[in-house]
Design a protein around this ligand. Structure first.
Ligand SMILES: [Zn+2]
Length: 740
């Protein structure tokens, strides 16, 4: 008898402990310390409290969320009446820290600044059960603080324009996840978005482009929509955003791009460029040769602009861009060369750092600090400059070693304009592949820094570039849930495992987004795909740890591809275990051919970043698509690539086909030459004519008899001058090798 009783007690204890463990997970980002207690407290329709002025403001900010999610209203009462929530302002608490306690006596919040107060209320909101008037809260104590002081989100409002209400709604989401910096990308080649009173043409002319490229910019030939597009923010509107963000604990850091990405400004004031030529606001994406001239008139023009920017934005740090500035105009501009000589500079790279130093001196004189993309390291870093490391982590490491503050934002983990799935039916993106799991695994402190150098890493930032995100819905799709993962990276010291994160996120956080009509991606449900060669072709097996899979409507999760040439369309549907509305559909188009499932022997292997299905990647029945979606294509970074295919037996064929990709902006170039060799014994090879490659698909028609076919693909060893990535080894992307 006794034993049974103990057994049930034990079970009850395990269940209770599990419930508590789960409760911690309802809060995103997860608080750093949670201690549960056995008490509880019940709220009924209202949260009675005695707020001071600062607390009144915070309550006003948070009330819409409490109304939406809980039917609870903050109610100001007199000090002698019953209170549900007690605030304690404790100036000695560190910045952004807060403590939240729930006992049978009620809720207490301790905070030392506005961010701590807002974060405590955000946590309180997430702690409560959804949609109910009567809220029973379990007893606990939360002691919480951020891992990093800088937790940023960037939004590009130049390539596409977002309205003030859209930006406010976006800021609400940032605050809920305890981000404290909004990096507002206000100017670029495709549109100047901030009113500058001294230079009205910046928005009269610079805020509008006549046409925008359709589809991916690497597409050839290019087509344009011929639709006038644009918009800008008045200074009053920008101030309104600053105020709105500040109320939510967010600093708005504006970015005025210089000296590159200046085409919109130069369309308004061509005399600020090197040639003086009147060019339109750009409608194509990319990097352009026409940049701000380094002449004194332009330097003054930029300082005048920054003076107005400073007056609008109280942010201690002002971002001046500094990235992707070609030096082609400066090299031949007499005005720039005069500046170079006068300043005793060696080359145009030093002219870039001259411009940045001028801007820094101006900002410092006005009590502000300068931030720039990591190119500001080139030609010497300005004295107090802060660096945003985007081209990998090297820039950040170099700057930290020089004791300059750094924000990490490497493209590999922090660029939310990248694809988050290899699903061929994903909406168009710029390229890359940054799935949720990769964001979650991001470690902002790069390897190779000493302990004291690590302290210069202020934090990290998610960047949302919008060339391919034309509206807020597409911004949201790319942002969520990757931003939830990033919040966890930046806030929580001891991050739980990814599998635990996604299940709680899907159950507890995505419904909050759904409730607020925020679009999100369910790409994290993508099944794993395993390929198994068979006698007649290839089997595709779809597996999921988080739900059930339906392939073309059947619960059979294996697709058999045989070698008979035919197109096949399949739809894989993942029904998650989490909630009904959290599901995922993937569409595949297969092209079957006689090489399906024949392993390729790589003499030069593909890059780890652009490998796909290993030895079956070139014969998996899925052709690489344009624009490339970070998948299907196998990417190589050698000038000569060699691989062979063993057909298993001597085979007669008369048609061979291979696909190649060109995307110059991503340094992917068509190779020059393809050499095909055939052998009937795998030892002695017969070399056939070399083929020039200058298009996507190379077709070779010749009757051949072979057991082994060997391919040699030759690219240039360095990208020529004047092309994107000049001087670097080009990427060669190949997909699907077929014979008939
Ligand atoms: Zn010039």
């Amino acid at each position: 008898m006794k034993l049974t009783r103990y057994f049930f007690l034990l079970i009850a204890l395990i269940v209770a402990n599990n419930l508590k463990a789960q409760r911690q997970w309802v809060i995103f980002p997860q608080p750093n310390e949670i201690i549960t207690n056995e008490q509880s407290y019940e709220l009924n329709g209202k949260i009675r409290c005695v707020p001071n002025e600062e607390e009144k403001l915070a309550i006003a900010v948070m009330q819409p969320q409490f109304t939406l999610f809980h039917e609870l209203t903050f109610k100001e009462v007199t000090a002698d009446s019953v209170q549900d929530l007690r605030f304690y302002y404790q100036p000695r608490l560190q910045k952004e820290n807060y403590q939240l306690e729930i006992t049978a006596r009620g809720i207490t919040i301790k905070y030392g600044d506005r961010n701590g107060l807002i974060y405590a209320l955000q946590t309180l909101d997430q702690l409560m059960d959804d949609q109910s008037k009567v809220v029973e809260m379990n007893g606990l104590q939360i002691i919480d603080y951020p891992r990093f002081a800088y937790r940023g989100v960037h939004l590009d409002c130049s390539r596409h324009f977002f309205t003030i209400p859209e930006i406010k709604a976006f800021l609400d989401q940032l605050s809920a996840l305890k981000f404290n910096t909004f990096h507002w990308h206000l100017t670029d080649d495709q549109g100047w978005r901030l009113e500058i009173k001294q230079y009205p043409k910046l928005t009269e002319i610079g805020a509008w482009r006549d046409s925008t490229v359709i589809g991916h910019y690497s597409r050839s030939p290019r087509e344009y929509d011929h639709i006038r597009y644009g918009g800008f923010y008045t200074q009053d509107e920008a101030r309104e955003i600053v105020r709105y963000a500040a109320e939510r604990g967010i600093t708005v850091m504006p970015e005025i791009e210089l000296p590159g990405h200046a085409r919109a400004a130069l369309a308004a004031y061509p005399e600020m460029g090197c040639t003086g030529e009147q060019l339109p606001v750009e409608g194509l994406w990319g990097v352009f040769d026409d940049v701000f001239c380094t002449q004194p008139e332009t330097i003054q023009f930029l300082k005048d602009i920054l003076a107005e920017v400073i007056a609008i934005f109280p942010s201690e740090t002002i971002h001046v861009g500094g990235d992707e500035c070609p030096k082609t105009r400066w090299d031949v501009c007499p005005k720039c060369q005069k500046v170079r000589t006068e300043q005793g500079l060696h080359d145009s790279h030093e002219l870039q750092s001259y411009v940045i130093r001028e801007m820094e001196a101006f900002l410092n004189d006005n009590g502000r600090k300068l931030m720039g993309w990591d190119e500001i390291l080139e030609g010497g870093l300005a004295e107090n400059a802060q660096v945003m490391s985007w081209r990998g982590t090297e820039g950040g490491i170099a700057a930290a070693k020089m004791h300059h503050p750094v924000v990490m934002t490497p493209g590999s983990h922090c660029y939310f304009d990248h694809y988050q799935s290899t699903n061929p039916s994903e909406p168009l993106a710029i390229g890359g592949y940054t799935p949720l799991e990769k964001v979650y695994a991001f470690e902002p402190i790069p390897e190779g820094l000493k302990v004291d150098e690590q302290t210069y890493i202020l934090g990290a930032q998610a960047n949302i570039w919008t060339e391919y995100l034309p509206d807020m819905k597409s911004v949201q799709y790319n942002t969520f849930p990757r931003l939830v993962a990033m919040s966890q990276v930046l806030w929580t010291v001891d991050k739980p495992q990814y599998s635990s994160f996604i299940s709680r996120m899907a159950i507890d956080y995505l419904p909050r987004l759904y409730e607020q009509e925020i679009t999100y991606s369910t790409a994290f449900l993508d099944p794993t795909i395993t390929l198994n060669p068979t006698e007649s072709g290839l089997n595709y097996s779809f597996q999921s740890n988080v739900g059930s899979i339906w392939v073309n409507g059947n619960s059979e999760n294996t697709l058999k591809l045989n070698r008979t040439p035919a197109p096949q369309f399949i739809t894989a549907f993942v029904e998650s275990d989490y909630r009904d509305e959290i599901s995922r559909e993937l569409n595949f188009e297969f092209v079957t051919h006689p090489l399906i499932g024949k392993p390729v022997h790589f003499i030069t292997p593909p890059s780890k970043s652009y490998n796909h299905h290993d030895s079956l990647g070139l014969t998996d029945g899925v052709q690489g698509t344009t624009p490339w979606k970070g998948s299907q294509w196998l990417g190589f970074s050698y000038d000569t690539i060699q691989f062979s295919i063993d057909l298993g037996e001597i085979t007669v064929f008369n048609h061979f086909q291979a696909g190649f990709l060109e995307d110059q902006g991503s340094w992917i170039y068509y190779p020059k030459t393809l050499i095909i060799e055939t052998s009937t014994d795998g030892k002695k090879f017969k070399q056939h004519k070399a083929y020039d490659i200058n298009k996507k698909v190379v077709n070779w028609e010749k009757k051949c008899k072979a057991k082994v076919v060997r391919f040699t693909v030759i690219n240039v060893s360095k990208i020529p001058q004047g092309k994107p990535g000049a001087g670097n080894t080009p990427w060669t992307f190949i997909d699907e090798i077929m014979i008939y």
